[in-house]
Each structure stands twice: as C-alpha cells, then as structure tokens.
Write a protein that binds this ligand. Structure first.
Ligand SMILES: Cc1cc2nc3c(=O)[nH]c(=O)nc-3n(C[C@H](O)[C@H](O)[C@H](O)COP(=O)(O)OP(=O)(O)OC[C@H]3O[C@@H](n4cnc5c(N)ncnc54)[C@H](O)[C@@H]3O)c2cc1C
Length: 385
C-alpha cells in the first residue's frame, strides 16, 4: 500500500496494545507503510496487565493462535517467553465435569488432552493439595505480556513501521465514504485506511464515524506472589483462576469477580481493590503447598466486553476504509492471529485463513438499546453489584 502523504501513513492503527501492534507488525512485514498511534505508552492498558494465557479453543482464530505462538519468537525476532501446554486442576467433581469442555473443544479441532488423577496432578504441580483430578492440554500456553508487547513493537519498527506514543486520537476527518485523516493531541495525519484497535475505547472512537460497537468495560485484577521453585509446566489454571508461573517463579493470577465500570468515570486509572483478597483466597485453595508465599504486587486493568463475549474483527460497509478490532477479553492469546486477520481485512477485505463471520458487527443488529442493564452489566453506582 502506498503512503498517504508526508504527514501520514497508508494505514493508521489507533491503539498500541497487542491487537494494534500485532496488526501493525503484520502490515509492516508486508511492506505496508503503517503508523500506530497510542494515547499513552504502548501496552499500558490491558495488553500489559493480563494473565498471559494463549488457549482460546472457542475462537475461530484458535487454530491460527496455536500455530503461531510456538514460532512467534522466531517470527518477531524477540522473546515473548511463550511456554506451551496448560494444566487445569479440578478441586471437586463438579469442576472436573465443567472443565471437560476444553478437552472436547480441543479434540474436535485435533488437539490432545490427557485426563489426570490426583496423584498425577500432584506430581506435575507440587503446589497442589487434595484435588479431584484435572487435565493436561497439549495445546495453549502462556507468555509474558510485557515482553510480547515490546517484541511486537520492535519487530514492527524493524520492518519500517512507526509508533507514536502519548498522542490520544481526538477525532477523524472524512471525505465521502472514507476516513482521510486522524487528529491527535499533537498533530493530524492523513491515511488511506484506518484501523481502530483501542480496546474498551473502540466503541467511543467508532461512534465518531457512525459505527456502533457495543462494549462494556470491566475492571479485572491480578496478584503476584514472591518467586517460588519453578514448576515443570507454568500454565496451571483452576478454581475460577487463570494465570501462570513466570520464568522467575512468581505466581501471577487473576480471575473474577470482575467489576463493571463506565470507562469515562475512571479517569483512565485501573487500581487494585478488595477483589484481590478473593483471588488470594482461591489461589491458596488451588495451591495449598504455596500458601506461605507472600503477595508482592497487584494491579488491575480494564477488559473490553461485547454483549456475547466474542471479539469484533470486521470491516463495516461505511466508512469503506475502516477496520475494527476489539477482542472482548481474549485479546492477548489471540493477538498473533487477530493481527494477521486485521492485515487480511485491510489488504483484501476478507480473512484468508479463518471464517470471521461470527465476529462481525452485523450480529448486533437486533441488540436491545438497554442491553447492559438487561445483562446486569451495571457499575455499582448505577445499581449493579
Ligand atoms: C487482568 C486481566 C487479565 C487478562 N488475562 C488474559 C489472558 O490470560 N489471556 C488473554 O488472551 N487475554 C486476557 N485479558 C484480556 C486481554 O488483555 C485483552 O483482551 C487485550 O489486551 C486487548 O488488547 P487490545 O490491544 O485490543 O486493547 P488494549 O490492551 O486495551 O489496548 C488498546 C490501546 O488503545 C489505546 N487507546 C485508547 N483510546 C485511544 C485514543 N483515543 N487514541 C490513541 N490510543 C488510544 C489505549 O491507551 C490502549 O493502549 C486480560 C485482561 C485483564 C485486564
């Protein structure tokens, strides 16, 4: 794609999280002139604050997610600290039955899962206690969110892509059915194609172009313990928690309950709350042999949620040169595949490796105006829990 002019780029991507950076990297490695514009620092939102899980067997992008992660360090030229496989521990029979769905979903798509008894779990996960059983998935895995954000950014720049940080996008210029410019707090840029990949802010930005992207934000929290002896497989879930053991040995875990928030009321600040106590209690139950470990850090981030929990990756009919990508809470793991899908949509209007029909905006055509209240997704101040 050609360049839109000296003060612009052929493709402007709004949002320097993993979705926007991966899309920018895929475009740049094709030789497209791309500029990623980020309101703050790259990865400072959910992309740098998540659990690092890469196991989305419900997604149409799952096969590509699984194909790309094991080769991503080589493709990018920088480390993501990706580690393959996932163990899920069931503390009781009810959890064991519930978690079986991942085995079935994986098997349908050609991936193996071993069923583990309590003894096998304790051999693989020395921090576990009395458990019912569990699963060893020969798919999925986990990576370091900060390393991954940085790796995408460096790789994008290696291919000639550009990143502008600390430049919130304020508005757009249109001509006819096309977006021709992006206005930021610092200056304006011309573009031939616009990608909005701004996480929870995607809805408000797309609305400026007359495109409705229904989203509700939730605050989600993570806690991190002091480093412990390294487990053989660092990706261990269970008891309503997701997370991983870092390569330095810390247990970094999160997972419900989430708190619904109006993004504009938060001032952009995502701080930890008493919810971290719930995570710590459930982590102690999951890993009783690590109950002595002190929590040394915690943080929160805002998750973007669509009404049906599935991502939006789509090119609306109007404006004709706009692509939207917001990942509805599964964006870290899917980022290598989501970025490639965005590249395909930008370049040819259709995704060449996966069926994205379930991720289109058309599915929200009949959405009730009060869908947030109907689903009970209300901030506490508005009557939610
Ligand atoms: C605690 C927590 C745990 C999670 N765990 C996992 C997990 O284990 N696995 C997984 O796959 N996913 C997980 N997620 C979800 C995942 O982090 C997100 O789905 C993913 O990071 C979304 O990436 P993104 O780039 O689309 O959006 P974001 O990371 O939200 O990035 C969007 C960027 O757009 C920028 N932006 C917004 N408005 C503007 C503007 N006007 N101008 C310019 N830039 C703008 C923001 O500053 C931000 O940097 C978790 C999320 C949280 C919070």
């Amino acid at each position: 794609m050609s360049r839109a002019g000296s003060e612009g780029a052929a493709v402007i991507v709004v949002g320097g999280g993993v979705t926007g950076l991966s899309a920018g990297w895929w475009l740049a490695r094709d030789g497209t002139d791309v500029l990623v514009i980020e309101a703050g620092a790259i990865g400072s939102a959910a992309s740098g604050r998540n659990g690092g899980g890469c196991s989305h067997h419900h997604s149409p992008l799952f096969l590509e997610e699984q194909r790309l992660w094991p080769m991503l360090d080589e493709l990018l030229g920088y480390p993501t600290e990706f580690r393959p496989n996932r163990i899920r521990i069931a503390l009781d029979e009810r959890q064991f039955r519930l978690y079986r769905r991942a085995l079935e979903n994986g098997a349908r798509q050609g991936y193996r899962t071993d069923v583990l008894d309590a003894k096998q779990i304790r051999a693989l996960v020395p921090f576990a206690g009395e458990v019912y059983g569990g699963y060893f998935h020969h798919f999925g895995g986990h990576a370091n969110p900060h390393r991954t954000v940085q790796a995408y950014a460096w790789a994008l720049q290696d291919h000639g892509g550009r990143i502008l940080q600390h430049a919130p996008v304020l508005g757009f210029d249109t001509r006819g059915n096309r977006v021709v410019g992006v206005r930021t707090s610092r200056s304006a840029f011309a573009c031939d194609h616009l990608v909005i990949a701004a996480g929870p802010a995607t809805g408000a930005l797309a609305a400026q172009l007359g495109v409705s992207v229904p989203l509700m934000s939730a605050r989600a929290e993570m806690i991190v313990t002091e480093p412990l002896a390294l487990m053989q497989t660092g990706g261990v879930d269970g008891n309503g928690l997701y997370g991983r053991q870092t390569l330095r040995g810390n247990l970094a875990y999160g997972g419900g309950p989430h708190e619904w928030v109006e993004l504009q009321d938060t001032g952009g600040r995502a701080y930890s709350t008493v919810l971290q106590g719930s995570i710590a209690r459930r982590l102690r139950a999951l890993f009783p042999q690590a109950a002595h470990a002190r929590v040394i850090r915690s943080w929160a981030g805002f998750i973007e949620n669509t009404p049906d929990g599935r991502p939006v990756i789509d090119r609306p009919a109007s404006p004709g040169n706009l692509t939207i990508a917001t990942l509805s809470s599964v964006g870290f793991g899917l980022s290598p595949a989501a970025g490639r899908a965005v590249r395909d949509l930008v370049v040819s209007g259709t995704c060449g490796f996966a069926d994205l029909s379930t991720l289109g905006l058309g599915r929200f055509a009949g959405l009730e105006p009060g869908w947030r209240a109907l689903q009970g997704w209300l901030p506490a101040a508005a009557g939610g829990e």
